[in-house]
Ligand binder design. Sequence first.
Ligand SMILES: [Zn+2]
Length: 433
Amino acid sequence: MISRKLTVAANSLVVGWACSLLALVSSAADFRAGIALRVVTPEPLLPVSGGAGPSHPVTRKEGDLTVRALALENGATRVVIAGADFLGFPAALGNRVRAKVSGIPPENILIGATHTHSAPDCYGFPDGKGGFAADLNYLEKVCLKMAEAINEAIAGLQTASLKIATGEAKGKIAYNYYAPQLYDPRCHVIQAIGSDGQPFATLVNYAIHPEVLGPRQGILSPDVIGPLYDRIRERGGGAALFMNSAQGGMVTADCRGPDGQGIHTWAECVRIGQLLADEALRIVEPAPVQSEPGLFCAAKSMTFPVDSPLLRAIIKASPLRYASEQPGRVSTQVNLINVGNAQIITIPGEALPNIGYYLKRKMHGQHNFLFGLTNDAFGYILTKEDWGSFKRYEYVSRTSLGEMTGQIYVDEALKLIEQSPKPVKLEAKPVVN
Ligand SMILES: [Zn+2]
């Protein structure tokens, strides 16, 4: 984007400074953003799912489930980043959403899940009795609401500038349940600011399992993400969107009490959600304003063998009819976005934090975002060295597509990074809190 701006200015010099200034003023209006959301809490409430297997009945809710869409536009390029309060949101549903949206190529729509463990099943997991708990009518309504939110975000595109920042989220927010120190504390934030100077959208990217409540307490809830959204709005950050990161094996919410036991209450969800919101706002506040951020979007299909008997059984039994062009394999869309001085890459599942660190190191942004559980969520993504290794990794190995998933994903992601243009670099040192 900077190079285009320089070209415009250089051409304008031929006809004088007045034109040059006009060109710069008009090009500053090129970048636009919009955000919209819909509540998708089922009425009456539905059972909730925290993983493969039967759902659990609920008797009440804490907070509401929402679907949210942030639209970005620069010239002819449009990108939508959507998020939903579910365990995962498979492409079998995401593609239904994409089919209901106009004004944007379907491959430029990224759809992620927050990974709350207290929301209805979006996969159609087998219930162990030959059936499934997923409510197909409800899922169709969710797809409609998400498409509505995306269409509204696009219709509401307004001139915007961005603040983009990376910093360590401090305080008791997340830890690795398997090995407490092995997690990534970095929180990445994109904030859209309107022409009135006020923020109207804040995207928070952080690795955490929102499972403070979990599926077995009879409660339907967005978990920590609901209070995070509320806090950001209350503090003037506008509508918020949370995109999870590389939170697999097993980066979870730090709800440990003084005795080391988990505090699995709504009050604890509020504490953690508000603290992460406050940290995200603190991190983004001093970031420089990018008044004309460039925007680039690439999409690539990746194919993985399905070696896991558990995942094979889920795919075969699901009423969602997972499209499979090749038997025993699944294909999914991975996106790479450059926006301003940031680069974003999506992960179709729950990558372990070591894969996350590696990718961020190889990416080309001054801020490198990983959107986990995005466009699909095929269980855990481990390196081939970790797969089937430690006893601790038995569960995450069984709940992954196979031994080579991590290797295939990382190799393909690195190719995508190398084949894509690099985002611009701001001359000023990026703010790191
Ligand atoms: Zn998980």
